[in-house]
Design a protein around this ligand. Structure first.
Ligand code: ADP
Ligand code: MG
Length: 684
């Protein structure tokens, strides 16, 4: 057996286990090695019960001094243990008779769980436990216990046992022994051994503190592999020629003449960067970051116009139908005097309309196409696609961008990716190492910043009265309900309940409702009704976060704002302050506020600058949360954290550069090791 053998051949990995391993992305023995612990549990000593602190994970050992079954809402087995320092209550909601019988008075019990201060003193709910007749039979672990990401039906001990087998095979693996020039610290094998099988106390201290050289080594490998894969991706993309659009700057002047406003300095600077890219025979790969309302569409319009003026095609992709429609309308208004009509490839087109549209795209009669990811579909064929713009980038993955590139035929289209999630430059350079980055760091003049107030829920009635008055004066408002749990269903219920309540409280005000459980069409219908002024108050969950533009909506109330993260609050608030009317945002909170929540709300009250907010967000939380699940999922790092580990990055970027030039084999090996499936990029 080798590391490339399928994991099913390991002892203890039958077909059922194999299936669960696959759910974790583990196919071969090698994959087990790189299935790394999420954290460690310290079961190396028994904690005296009297010393347990609330929220602490601990191993305890004591004698059973009583047990009973209660019906307190649900059937509960309660077991009391005593260790000489104090007594601890264990609660179990799932248990059987055998289990219960096993826990008689006088037996010894060892439990690992989270200590909580409950009504009856200190307790643990559903700890892991073992029982024995003698205390000596229940000994603590010799080393730290690694805890791995799991899937249902696969337990930690099984995974540990499989990983131990993999480590044995690893000692004979040539690729793992390969020296990685420029990376210091323990070699890969030694690092994996230290992380999976912590040895002594010194190891344990450093692993818990995240300062172990093995952790640093593997983090460096992972960050480096990520840099390398993105650079390879970029190289491959850039190796295909693109149509040159040397007259792009003329498109800027032509568009400016149509706009009712002067472009900001930041817009002009970014457009100049884009035009330079478009003039080259290699594809542009550029990310434009700009706060909500900074005017990214203008930049997109210039690039698209440049393609059309060269007799080629451009496509703009939006994350939702409604946004696509909004873009199409805007562009149509700007381009009509120039004799250009952008085509909307909407899902709702009738069959014949759709066929006509597809024919126009394939024949080149439609130089400008706007749509959702439906544009990725195989049946959409372009005649000569030269520019692709992707709006609100975080809704699209790398994979989808790759699919788009293929729409250009032999020539690779230029890519312009626009993101309204401002992230600090260093982080952006790590996460988007395959892209050049431009920043629109200036808002159009004359915007009155949204005035933000933070109010306790006790003031809800006053807020309600103000909203009622405003709506009756033909103003429009959003009322945002926040997530109660990670559940669309509960979320939808809460939103529905809120809408019902507001309808009763605000007679004469037409109240609309959108939430994540509604079908796409129903959702868009509600949005459109609001946009067209048919409803005055729109009750919504956070689904309205992205891009919708209803200039007449000038008030936003966010309920339980303390539950939301800063970047989400900022995106939501960006929905108002888009018209001439002075706008307000009311952040309602349910006290008492924790320290972090207080800091977030204060930040929102004090500033409307997206980059300042992003920076503060990073200070208050990790970058994973800032980027949102979609993006972290896409980055898919196991160990490294691009923000916390930022100091490592400059040196790794240099190393990546050097390896690609001098050690392509090593580069390939590292990508395969950490990013896996490097072939994903090979088709580029
Ligand atoms: P975002 O960056 O959020 O996509 P948009 O491109 O939708 O921003 O622009 C927001 C609004 O600002 C639009 O109504 C747009 O027409 C307007 N706008 C864009 N640039 C300027 C400018 N330089 N001066 C005044 N208004 C502008
Ligand atoms: Mg936009």
């Amino acid at each position: 057996m080798t590391l490339d053998t399928e994991a099913t051949f390991l002892k203890g990995a039958g077909p059922a286990v194999a299936m669960r391993l696959r759910a974790l992305g583990i196919e071969r023995v090698r994959d087990l090695l790189f299935h790394l612990p999420l954290r460690y549990e310290d079961r190396r000593a028994h904690r005296p019960i009297a010393q347990l602190r609330n929220g602490e994970d601990a191993l305890v050992r004591g004698r059973v001094v009583g047990s009973d079954v209660r019906f307190a809402g649900r059937r509960t087995l309660r077991v009391q243990i005593e260790d000489g320092s104090g007594t601890l209550l264990l609660r179990f909601f799932h248990f059987n008779e055998a289990q219960r019988a096993n826990l008689g008075d006088g037996r010894w019990l060892q439990a690992f769980g989270t200590a909580r201060v409950g009504a009856a003193g200190i307790e643990m709910v559903h700890p892991q436990y073992r029982v024995a007749d003698q205390a000596e039979e229940l000994q603590p672990e010799a080393t730290l216990t690694p805890i791995y990401p799991l899937t249902t039906g696969l337990a930690q001990p099984r995974l540990r046992q499989l990983i131990a087998q993999a480590l044995q095979l690893a000692a004979r693996d040539a690729a793992l022994m390969r020296v990685l020039p420029g990376l210091d610290g323990p070699d890969t094998l030694a690092a994996l051994q230290a992380i999976h099988l912590p040895k002594d106390d010194h190891d344990a201290q450093r692993l818990l503190a995240q300062t172990h050289p093995a952790q640093r080594r593997l983090k460096c490998e992972e960050l480096l592999a990520h840099q390398l894969s993105l650079r390879v991706l970029r190289q491959r993309q850039r190796s295909r020629p693109s149509p040159r659009l040397p007259r792009a700057a003329e498109a800027e002047a032509e568009l400016q003449a149509q706009l009712g406003f002067a472009m900001t300095g930041a817009q002009r600077r970014v457009i100049a960067e884009v035009c330079r890219d478009l003039g080259a025979a290699q594809p542009m790969l550029r990310l434009v970051q700009g706060d909500v309302g900074s005017g990214k569409t203008v930049v997109a319009a210039v690039a698209m116009l440049a393609a059309a003026r060269a007799g080629l095609q451009a496509a703009l992709l939006a994350p939702t139908e409604l946004l696509a429609e909004q873009h199409q309308k805007n562009l149509a208004r700007w381009f009509a005097p120039l004799g250009l009509a952008p085509l909307l490839l909407a899902n709702k087109l009738k069959k014949t309309q759709r066929e006509t549209a597809l024919a126009a795209i394939a024949g080149g009669a439609a130089p400008l196409v706007v749509g959702t990811h439906a544009v990725f579909q195989d049946e959409v064929k372009f005649r000569n696609l030269a520019v692709v713009v992707v709006d609100e980038q975080h809704r699209f993955g790398v994979q989808q961008r790759l699919a788009l590139r293929d729409k250009g035929g032999a020539r690779a289209p230029h890519q312009l990716i626009m993101s309204a999630t401002p992230i600090p430059r260093t982080l952006a350079q790590t996460v988007y190492a395959d892209l050049d980055i431009s920043v629109i760091d200036e808002l159009p003049p004359g915007r009155t910043p949204v005035q933000t107030v933070v109010l306790s829920n006790e003031k809800r009635d006053e807020v309600l009265a103000r909203i009622g008055d405003a709506c009756r004066q033909k103003r429009q408002a959003y009322w945002v309900c926040t997530l109660i749990e990670e559940s669309d269903e509960l979320d939808a219920e809460a939103a529905e309940a809120t809408a019902t309540r507001l309808r009763a409280e605000l007679p004469g005000v037409r109240v609309g409702l959108v939430h994540g459980r509604m079908k796409g069409e129903a959702k868009e219908e509600q949005m459109r009704a609001f946009k067209d002024g048919l409803t005055q108050l729109l009750v919504a969950t956070t689904v309205i976060e992205v891009g919708v533009d209803v200039p007449n909506a000038s008030i936003m109330v966010i309920e339980n704002a303390e539950r939301l993260g800063l970047s989400q609050l900022h995106q939501l608030r960006g929905r108002v302050g888009r018209g001439s009317e002075k706008s307000q945002c009311v952040l309602l909170y349910q006290g008492p506020l924790g320290e972090a929540a207080r800091a977030r709300l204060e930040t929102m009250r004090a500033t409307t600058d997206g980059f300042a907010i992003a920076q503060r967000d990073l200070e208050l939380r990790g970058p994973g949360e800032l980027l949102g699940r979609r993006q972290t999922g896409e980055i898919g790092m196991k160990l490294a954290d691009p923000l916390r580990d930022a100091p490592l990055i400059p040196q790794l970027q240099q190393l990546a550069e050097r390896w690609l030039a001098e050690e392509p084999e090593v580069a390939k090996l590292l990508i395969a090791r950490w990013v896996g499936d490097a072939d994903r990029y090979a088709r580029v």
